[in-house]
Write a protein that binds this ligand. Structure first.
Ligand SMILES: Cc1ncc(COP(=O)(O)O)c(C=O)c1O
Length: 414
């Protein structure tokens, strides 16, 4: 049993400095909805990625706003990869489009350009290329395909935000890019998202989308801002009764803002976006300022895992030490069984990206448009996936401990 939990989702960005920042903004409720941080974050991202920036209260709303700004006609198709988050097909549906799935490559967990091209029809408007867990998609090949067919390339950067050390192929070739500032993303504002647009006409339409956005209620913002404190208190005690009981009770009474609502799990997303609260923009902005440090930490842990497994073929071969991975995926037999055993040791590796092609497991697959059996590679991969944390509150010592415990489990099962 490890004393401090090893995890993916117990407020991975939250440390003392995050707590102090949250406290500062909580004490200034007049700045929760609107303020200078929104404008500052927009202008920083705009400068950094050489594009017009529009903030919304999540990545999925940003994507939906973009597709609406592109005036997607009912029934027009958007190609996405199998092995994605349900938020992506939901946003396409909410904008009136149809998600069409292309196969993934086991060595990147990203779109296969050849299958992507094969899926293009007269109704295709865009390809969304996802840089899964921070592994760069083949944007060069996808850019060429998009140019050949006169369609748009959207980069889904929910899992990565490049810094001055790269990766160079991410955020450089898309017509549009979107980010998520969710709780476990590259930078976190607890919630949030941004669209970066390199098309003047669509930027104009995005302005209209932003103008019709609604405000989150003060009550919702308060619940969001309480999240770092709740996890900061509960996390060290998670292996004991107190931590688990606290989180369980707060979820039960509906205090915690869910990452996916029940409606979203059934495929239903509202087409009306919300503004990113200034309070969340403030938190995301402070993280953006230390992006290089956050990414270097992820690179360091990526290297620890890579050094351990480099002589094997149990991970996507396109992973390199210079990547700031959001998590490090391994392919392991009996992954589910091992995860349950690790739980008893206070190691929590369930992250919602296992056992399902459109994640998380347990959502209603019908509305997603994914046909079971259509991408056997994705289906096989997600059965075996076991991802290892690289987030800011995971230490190198914990990573080494995790490798050891995991090895013991794998050997015990073989
Ligand atoms: C690949 C991917 N795209 C888009 C999203 C949507 O981001 P958000 O949760 O901010 O709506 C997610 C969310 O986890 C994601 O994993």
């Amino acid at each position: 049993m490890v004393l401090t939990p090893i995890h993916h989702s117990f407020a991975p960005h939250v440390n003392i400095s995050y707590i102090i920042r949250t406290l500062m903004i909580i004490l200034a409720p007049w700045k929760w909805r609107r303020g200078k941080s929104q404008t500052k974050l927009e202008s920083e991202l705009s400068k950094k990625f050489n594009a017009d920036c529009f903030l919304f209260s999540s990545g999925r709303e940003s994507l939906c706003a973009l597709l609406r700004a592109m005036k997607l006609q009912n029934g027009e198709e958007v190609i996405v990869q199998s092995y994605t988050c349900v938020a992506v097909p939901n946003a396409i549906h909410a904008a009136g489009g149809v998600p069409v799935y292309a196969d993934i490559d086991r060595e990147t967990l990203n779109l296969t350009p050849e299958d992507c091209e094969a899926k293009i029809t007269n109704h295709t408007r865009a390809i969304i290329c996802q840089h899964t867990f921070g592994i760069p998609s083949d944007t060069k090949a996808l850019r060429e395909i998009c140019d050949r067919h006169n369609i748009v390339l959207i980069e889904d950067c929910a899992h990565i935000m490049p810094d001055e050390s790269g990766p160079e192929s991410v955020c450089t070739r898309g017509d549009f890019i979107f980010f998520s500032f969710g709780r476990d993303k590259a930078i976190s504002g607890i919630t949030g998202g941004a669209i970066l647009s390199r098309n003047n006409y669509t930027s104009l339409q995005l302005r209209a989308e932003r103008a019709r956005a609604e405000q989150l209620s003060y009550f919702t913002i308060l619940r969001l801002l309480s999240y770092p404190f709740i996890y900061f208190i509960a996390r060290p005690f998670y292996g004991l009764f107190f931590g688990k009981a606290l989180l369980f009770s707060l979820k039960k009474i509906g205090w915690m803002v869910p990452i996916l609502t029940d409606k979203e799990k059934e495929g239903d997303q509202s087409p009306i976006p919300c503004h990113l609260p200034n309070a969340c923009a403030y938190l995301a902005l402070t993280q953006l300022k230390k992006l290089k440090k956050l990414n270097d930490h992820r690179r360091k842990l990526t290297k620890v895992y890579l050094d351990q497994y480099s002589n094997t073929r149990i991970f996507p071969s396109q992973i390199t030490t210079d990547l700031p991975l959001q998590k490090f995926p391994l392919f392991i037999h009996n992954a589910d069984e091992i995860r349950s055993k690790l739980k008893q040791k206070n190691i929590h590796l369930s992250d919602g990206w296992t056992g399902c092609v459109v994640c998380p497991e347990g959502i209603d697959l019908d509305p997603t448009n994914y046909t079971p059996g259509s991408d056997p590679m994705a289906e096989a991969a997600c059965e075996k996936i076991m991802s290892l944390p690289t987030h800011p509150s995971m230490s190198r010592k914990q990573a080494k401990k995790l490798i050891k415990v995991l090895m013991a489990q794998v050997l015990a099962g073989s």
